[in-house]
Design a binder for this molecule. Structure first.
Ligand SMILES: NC(=O)c1ccc[n+]([C@@H]2O[C@H](COP(=O)([O-])OP(=O)(O)OC[C@H]3O[C@@H](n4cnc5c(N)ncnc54)[C@H](O)[C@@H]3O)[C@@H](O)[C@H]2O)c1
Ligand SMILES: O=C(O)C(=O)C[C@]1(C(=O)O)C=C[C@@H](O)C=C1
Length: 360
């Protein structure tokens, strides 16, 4: 069996995802070279540990990771297949069908060395400044081979995902696109809808916003230029989801309009939402667990957040997730820390004993 060798790897597009892949592969001992259309992005990516800016001999490259915006993917993949004749070429684009369809339409050569992929991890932030080596740890990475990809190509892309710490799911491009319309693209649009209607809400009302609104709208702050490309590339599958949402909204409005509605009508609707949310697997692919949230004040002082993280870490708590809220009234922030139910009151007590203010 052929040994899998991914050194040297070339990253084309050293933004959030490309630089994060570079950081993860570098940490795993792979020799990584970073490139980008924008010289400043290459410099920032290299400074964050994503790889070297030194050129690499095209004939030596074993893996090319294309991490450019969706509209550019097929052009860059086609040219990489020509320029790097011994390399497996993959991409990290959020939609897979359009890339392989474009490559086939233009009769790109070397298609057996191409296999698409999609790490299901990212951020609403763009660019290499937001890159992190652990972005993909315990996250799903879809490996999406087309039907003429060589087995060795698919193994290389699976190895890439494994080295980045991700859980691998292998799906064909069309199946992938149907699934991400449901679990990523529709949720983004729902977040954008919630954010969009806020434009008509008076500032005095917005001041009342709590964490709930912030949770629902976080992803709507993603780059509209990137998301326009993602939604357009998967428009048919996304439209199907929107039609279902439209029908559900109609049912909800009918319930509210009905003078004879019972408590059960509305409660059933809300229960339907709760049930669906509970079906989302937990962070590590396991069944979802209920976590408790402990919210701690971050004083408006230099280094306060770092000290707070250090105190939580030193006390040995396993933090499942964190988010930061800004207080609408005072110049302070709030760190919301998710821990298991069993550990919540212990964390509250430990932090209070260390002098922090915990919100009850
Ligand atoms: N942001 C996310 O949450 C996320 C998650 C998974 C996958 N993706 C996919 O990853 C890809 C990159 O997204 P991102 O969030 O890293 O965006 P980004 O804007 O942070 O990075 C894209 C980079 O590509 C560079 N670039 C653009 N055209 C180029 C070209 N022709 N050649 C070389 N470099 C070029 C840009 O200068 C930029 O540095 C997209 O296809 C996106 O669908 C994004
Ligand atoms: O966490 C986020 O901010 C994301 O939106 C990441 C997310 C998603 O989970 O929908 C967004 C788009 C990508 O294609 C993959 C991952």
């Amino acid at each position: 069996m052929r040994a899998i060798e991914l050194s040297p790897t070339l990253i084309i597009g050293s933004g959030l995802v490309g630089a994060s892949v570079g950081c993860a592969l570098t940490a795993a001992g792979i020799a990584v070279h970073v490139t980008d259309l924008v010289p400043a992005h290459v410099a920032v990516a290299a400074s964050r540990g994503a790889g070297t800016t030194d050129p690499v001999a095209p004939g030596d490259v074993r893996l090319v990771v294309v991490a450019v915006p969706p509209d550019r993917l097929s052009d860059v993949v086609a040219s990489a297949l020509k320029t790097y004749p011994h390399a497996t070429v993959t991409d990290v684009g959020s939609v897979k069908g359009t890339v392989i369809n474009d490559l086939r339409a233009r009769r790109a050569s070397g298609l057996k060395r191409y296999c698409g992929g999609h790490p299901m991890a990212g951020s609403h932030l763009a660019g290499p400044v937001a890159a992190r080596a652990d972005l993909f740890v315990d996250r799903t990475w879809v490996v999406a081979p087309h039907d003429t990809a060589a087995a060795a190509t698919v193994l290389d892309v699976q190895e890439l995902a494994r080295l980045c710490g991700a859980r691998i799911v292998t799906l064909g491009p069309a199946h992938h696109d149907e699934a991400v319309a449901q679990v990523s693209h529709l949720p983004h649009l729902m977040s954008a809808l919630t954010g969009g209607v806020l434009n008509e809400v008076p500032a005095s009302h917005l001041k009342l916003a709590g964490q709930g609104l912030r949770d629902v709208t976080r992803i709507s702050t993603g780059d509209p230029g990137l998301w326009r490309q993602i939604i357009s590339a998967n428009a048919d599958a996304v439209r199907e989801q929107l039609v279902e949402v439209q029908a559900a909204l109609g049912r909800l409005i009918d319930i509210l309009d009905d003078p004879d509605r019972t408590d059960a009508d509305l409660e059933d609707f809300l229960e339907w939402g709760r049930q669906g949310t509970r079906l989302i697997p937990g962070k590590h692919g396991t069944p979802a667990r209920e976590f408790a949230q402990v919210t701690i004040e971050i004083p408006d002082a230099p280094g306060a957040l770092a000290r707070l993280f250090a105190d939580i870490g030193e006390a040995g708590f396993n933090v499942e997730d964190v988010s930061i809220e800004h207080d609408a009234e005072r110049e302070v922030g709030w760190l919301a820390v998710q821990v298991t139910e069993a550990k919540a009151s212990e964390l509250e007590q430990t932090m209070e004993a260390a002098g922090w203010t915990v919100r009850h």
